[in-house]
Design a protein around this ligand. Structure first.
Ligand code: DNO
Length: 363
């Protein structure tokens, strides 16, 4: 199987971009999808899955990659309720398998998924992008949650991993996490993975954990998948071909010390899903997301693509966050997930990939 290009789609009625729009981007085979109205811990039912998968297939795509089946906080905290919640997770994996799903992307971040201080920061060319101002994400998680939830309310747009129901209970959640040290979180992670690996073997579905975004502790909450050493530890901890990575270049490279291409070369066999995102760093630790073009950021997009290509990699890849271009403004675009910049990103990646294929053929 060659590398397959994907595009994340939030579903009918939940995404301004249609499957028909995505058809016009060259080279996309895979729709990266989810049931976005499901709360962590809920079982995804076959009829609900069937509805979305049939739309995707009718438009000429495969539905091989789900992003995300979110993991309930009780599993991360290690509460007694976790076994019942893991059983639900296993049932969801079993329900997804008959529809051809091959990879589940998920994360193991306490409370918050990705965090940013500005969702529409001017890039300087008239476009906007997601931005992280380090000193704003330090003391007050509520301020940041209110900012993101403000968007949800104003524009009737929910963000995966930022369920308003969970955010409403932020104090309670922080209280529950107060004894969860980094080591405890690792142990709870292992417990979860060891419980689900047998069903991954049985169904052929790979679990592909997303990197922590950004790759450092925030608001006193531990974060695990932050650099090469922690990725090594994770893969050794449950050394199973179904225990894989969603290697997100931009999440990792928010820390400029992380050499993403080197990590790709080291673990190419365990990367089931690649997110390609480019980041521009500022000396004070702030960062902005950038176009996918190598020279627009410092993530080393071409070196990363080269590392995948050299490794004969056969996973799924997608452009990750793009800038908001032209008429994309708050209210008519999902932050980071507009149509245009992600489409441009695909053409950039495929351009590089096709050229590398050609060079190999000529050898
Ligand atoms: C950000 C995404 C993440 C990712 C989850 C996976 O845009 O890359 O939200 O989907 O962390 O569970």
């Amino acid at each position: 199987m060659p590398m397959q290009m994907g595009f994340r789609w939030y579903g009918e009625g939940n995404d301004k971009i249609s499957l028909g729009d995505i058809r016009q981007i060259p080279g996309v085979s895979t729709i990266v999808w989810a049931l976005h109205d499901k709360m962590p811990g809920e079982i995804w039912q076959p009829d609900e899955i069937e509805k979305v998968v049939s739309q995707i297939k009718a438009a000429g795509f495969n539905a091989d990659v789900v992003e995300s089946v979110n993991v309930h906080d009780d599993i991360k905290i290690g509460l007694e309720t976790r076994d019942a919640l893991i059983a639900n997770y296993i049932q969801t994996i079993r329900n997804l398998a008959p529809f051809g799903v091959k990879v589940i992307c998920y994360n193991f971040m306490p409370i918050f998924d990705w965090t940013r201080s500005d969702l529409f920061h001017p890039v300087g060319d008239g476009s906007t992008a997601l931005f992280y101002q380090k000193d704003m994400i330090q003391d007050d998680p509520k301020e940041m949650a209110d900012y993101v939830m403000g968007f949800t309310e104003k524009y009737h747009m929910t963000f995966p991993g930022w369920e308003p129901e969970r955010m409403a209970k932020l104090d309670e959640l922080f209280e529950k996490y107060k004894d969860v040290t980094k080591e405890k979180l690792w142990a709870n992670f292992k417990y979860f993975l060891e419980a689900i690996m047998p069903v991954c073997h049985e169904t052929g579905i790979k679990m592909a954990v997303h990197m922590d975004d950004p790759p450092w502790d925030i608001f006193g909450l531990p974060r695990l998948l932050v650099d090469e050493a922690s990725i090594d530890r994770f893969l050794k901890m449950v050394d199973d071909p179904y225990n894989c990575l969603t290697l997100c270049s931009g999440s990792l490279n928010a820390n400029p010390e992380n050499n993403v291409a080197a990590i790709v070369r080291k673990h190419v066999d365990r990367i089931a899903f690649a997110h390609i995102r480019n980041v521009k760093h500022f000396p004070n630790g702030d960062f902005s997301e950038a176009s996918h073009r190598d020279c627009d950021g410092e993530t080393g997009i071409l070196d990363i693509l080269r590392a995948y290509h050299d490794g004969g990699w056969e996973g799924y890849i997608r452009p990750d966050h793009g800038r908001h271009l032209w008429d994309e403004k708050p209210g008519n675009v999902r932050p980071g997930y507009g149509l245009y910049d992600r489409a441009l990103g695909i053409m950039y990646m495929l351009g590089a990939w096709d050229l590398m294929d050609k060079e190999d053929e000529a050898k």
